[in-house]
Design a protein around this ligand. Structure first.
Ligand SMILES: Cc1ncc(COP(=O)(O)O)c(C=O)c1O
Length: 285
């Protein structure tokens, strides 16, 4: 399992490159953790950070950004509406847009997930990776890292089956996968307490779907009730208070095992992408 520095792995690369290339003002739409990472790195780099978040983003994410010097604008609507606001204002304001996959370096940073997975598993990649997918940077980054690792001679041609898990209230990738489509249409009335998964339209939808299919993987959706119950179950069993997004992986694994798509003897990695303590609202706090 990985901690929430998962979001940081993308932003550390993106902000470092932006700094090197002379950018002074950054803007991002974010469901939460990417914003916190942007704010922190922008502070360290002496850059301005302008963050647009849905009004119902977990409070901890908002406070974290404010306390690290970012300008935070809460917005009615979803991350897609926040992205549209950044796009509308960025030229006049002189902001560089760090939205998911609108610049190249966040994905480069996310390759760390793949490299560390290889390192921690002694360069024997698992049979299956279950990954809570929103904008898809983690899955796309990992998939890219595996090819590089093979070129470096660190691993062979074996690839894990990549599994996307989303929430039933916002499952555009699952729907497109099931329909055999290469692009995922916007998911209407998107809602889930797992805020990182509340991405109704992903810019890199086809990259996610290509990776899932090329790996013979799949995509499944689980309900908010299931993912919250699993968060508690993981906490009690492992002593890890994972984010609701991470919790989603466990019911997904159970569904796949029940459907005979994952065998009992297979090596499976579930990704925890965040810290549960930031989601008090989800847990009734
Ligand atoms: C905790 C958490 N999990 C998962 C995701 C989805 O990440 P990705 O863009 O890699 O699909 C996010 C994105 O904000 C997140 O904050």
């Amino acid at each position: 399992m990985f901690g929430e520095y998962f979001s940081r792995s993308g932003m550390t690369a993106a902000i470092s490159m932006a700094k090197e290339l002379g950018v002074r003002k950054l803007a991002v739409p974010s469901a939460g953790n990417a914003a916190g990472a942007l704010a922190a790195y922008a502070a360290r780099a002496g850059m301005e950070a302008h963050i647009f978040m849905p009004k119902d983003t977990p409070r901890a994410n908002v406070v974290e950004c404010e306390q690290t010097g970012a300008h935070v604008t809460p917005m009615d609507g979803l991350i897609t509406d926040c992205g549209a606001e950044v796009a509308r204002r960025k030229d006049a304001e002189g902001w560089f847009d760090v939205s998911t996959l609108k610049e190249p370096y966040r994905v480069e940073g996310k390759k760390t997930l793949g490299y560390e997975l290889g390192e921690q598993l002694d360069w024997q990649l698992p049979d299956v990776i279950i990954y809570p997918t929103g904008g898809g940077t983690g899955l796309i980054g990992m998939w890219k890292a595996f090819d590089e690792m093979q070129q470096l001679g660190w691993i062979g041609s074996h690839r894990p089956r990549m599994v996307t898990v989303q929430a039933t209230g916002c499952a555009p990738i699952v729907r497109a996968f099931e329909r055999g489509e290469r692009f995922a249409a916007e998911f209407e009335n998107a809602h889930t307490t797992a805020s990182g998964l509340r991405v109704p339209k992903a810019v890199g939808d086809f990259l996610i779907l290509d990776a899932i299919r090329a790996s013979s993987g799949t995509a499944v959706a689980v309900s908010d009730e299931e993912l919250l119950a699993a968060t508690r179950e993981i906490g009690a069993a492992e002593g890890v208070f994972c984010a609701p997004e991470g919790g989603a992986c466990l019911p997904a694994l159970r569904m796949l095992m029940a459907a005979g798509k994952v065998g009992r003897d297979e090596r499976v990695v579930l990704f925890n992408t965040g810290a549960g303590v930031k989601y008090m609202e989800s847990f009734g706090g």
